[in-house]
Design a protein around this ligand. Structure first.
Ligand code: K2U
Ligand code: ZN
Length: 172
């Protein structure tokens, strides 16, 4: 089922997540909940700590709506094994930092290894939006947010806006 997405600042979004042990039905069900939550947001990626689960699990689907078939990916214990020197700049957002966008520079191409929902070892090279997204999600597993790449003043401004948003949401 759809899970609530944590909003920055939240200590759980700054923690380093634990690798998942062997595959289980519980982990498969968690991945399904994350995909449902991601599509409903809508988003093109989601990391387990964003729904308060401190495990190394991310889901993504960067297929362009309309002209590509959806391609939901579930990655347990994902690792970047190589990244290009060439970089890309992308105006990133984050479902845990709603309505805030800023340019982030990241390697253009990355090789990623992970375990899939059947427990199989997978590896693939990503570029374009897929590369940006998988790096954004992997950062979440290490407690890193896209605003951590910004200048302190810009980061503080965004954090204060989120604190205001949370106060307003708490008032209902
Ligand atoms: O992790 C998340 O919060 C979901 C992110 C994933 C993402 C961020 C930046 C760049 C690529 C992916 C987004 O909120 S998903 C929303 C979105 C949709 C289309 C393009 C960029 C971001
Ligand atoms: Zn994010």
């Amino acid at each position: 089922m759809k899970r609530p997405i944590l909003i920055h600042p939240d200590p759980r979004l700054k923690k380093v997540c634990a690798p998942v042990p062997d595959m289980s039905d519980a982990l498969r069900s968690l991945a399904d909940d994350m995909l449902e939550t991601m599509y409903a947001a809508p988003g093109i990626g989601l990391a387990a700590p964003q729904i308060g689960v401190m495990d190394r699990l991310i889901v993504l689907d960067c297929a362009k709506e309309g002209d590509e078939n959806p391609r939901p990916l579930v990655m347990f214990n994902p690792q970047i094994t190589a990244s290009s020197d060439e970089t890309n700049v992308y105006e990133e957002g984050c479902l845990s930092i709603p309505d805030q966008y800023a340019e982030v520079t990241r390697p253009k191409v990355v090789d990623v290894e992970w375990m899939d929902r059947d427990g199989n070892a997978c590896s693939e090279t990503f570029d374009g939006l897929w590369a940006t997204c998988v790096q954004h999600e992997l950062d979440h597993l290490d407690g890193k947010l896209f605003i951590d790449y910004l200048k302190p003043l810009k980061r503080q401004m965004i954090t204060r806006k989120m604190q205001k948003l949370k106060r307003e949401r708490a008032r209902g």
